[in-house]
Ligand binder design. Structure first.
Ligand code: COA
Length: 261
């Protein structure tokens, strides 16, 4: 087994062709800052091009979180133009995952909020541990999901449930996530990786070209261009007082007081 070195990611390339990518920023609950996003992009590109890696499993370091979202500290100072650019950048990285030529499995081992839920939704299969909590709480910060969440949640769970979750910002526990088909499986924490490895090995018995084309074919059933709209709206929200108030309130550990401006 060999492993590549990143600042915020741990990557294990197993001899059997399975790679395990661990988002490794546990002191911030693996929140996605700019540097981490860049590394994630590079790691996924390397996986996709690798002749030795056949399936990628993505999980989070520590016992609390898969990924607790985009880094709110970085978000809090975004201008509208920067927000739109960041949204498009996040979308591009997560699109790379969704369009990978080989299967990518998310092992959601705790909080998967905001960008964390969006990352998991970009993967082809989702396995949640029993303590997982999955949601898109962006409106509580005065923004909307900007890394593809408005599009992918709607496709995965349908319009009415997606609107309920996005407009309330309420997260769902693992059992409800399974019931609404947001995740494929729920397992105890110590059994989830075993299931991910079992599914990976089963997929690897099949023709690699067929897997690649199957991923493309299934996505063709869901193609739409709402992503561009999401990025524009995300950028517009970064100009609002409500967004400044929402992110400041989180960083100052107090309740936000929105004025609707
Ligand atoms: N961005 C930046 N920092 C984050 C973060 C995020 N999305 N989520 C958590 N952190 C940081 C906290 O600020 C804290 O840092 P500190 O120790 O320097 O104060 C650390 O991670 C631990 O988080 P904390 O809030 O103390 O843990 P908790 O167990 O009390 O609460 C959550 C866990 C997930 C409920 C809470 O961290 C949270 O609500 N996070 C934001 C979720 C969110 O809105 N995500 C969408 C972003 S678009």
């Amino acid at each position: 087994m060999t492993s590549s070195i990143y600042e915020h990611l741990l990557i294990e390339h197993q001899d059997d062709g399975i790679s395990i990518l661990t988002i490794n920023r546990p002191d911030k609950l693996n929140a996605l800052n700019h540097a981490l996003l860049d590394e994630l992009d590079r790691a996924v590109e390397e996986f996709d091009k690798s002749e030795n890696a056949s399936v990628l499993i993505i999980t989070g370091a520590g016992e609390k979180a898969f990924v607790a979202g985009a880094d709110i500290k970085e978000l809090s100072s975004l201008t509208g133009a920067e927000g739109e650019k960041l949204s498009a950048r996040g979308q591009a990285i997560f699109n790379r995952i969704e369009n990978a030529s080989k299967p990518v499995i998310a092992l959601i081992n705790g909080y998967a909020l905001g960008g964390g839920a969006e990352l998991a939704m970009a993967c082809h299969i989702r396995i949640a541990t029993e303590n997982a909590l999955i949601g898109l709480p962006e409106v509580s910060l005065g923004i909307i999901p900007g890394y593809g969440g408005t599009q992918r949640l709607t496709k995965l769970v349908g319009k009415s449930k997606a609107l309920e979750l996005i407009l309330t910002g309420n997260p769902v526990k693992a059992d409800e996530a399974l019931q609404i088909q947001l995740v494929n499986h729920v397992r105890q924490a110590d059994e989830a990786m075993e299931l991910a490895l079992t599914l990976a090995k089963k997929m690897m018995q099949n023709g690699p070209v067929a897997l690649s084309k199957a991923i493309q074919a299934v996505h063709a059933a869901y193609s739409s261009n709402g992503f561009a709209k999401e990025a524009v709206l995300f950028g517009q929200l970064c100009e609002t007082d409500d967004f400044r108030e929402g992110t400041s309130a989180f960083l100052e550990k107090r309740k936000a007081e929105f004025k609707g401006k």
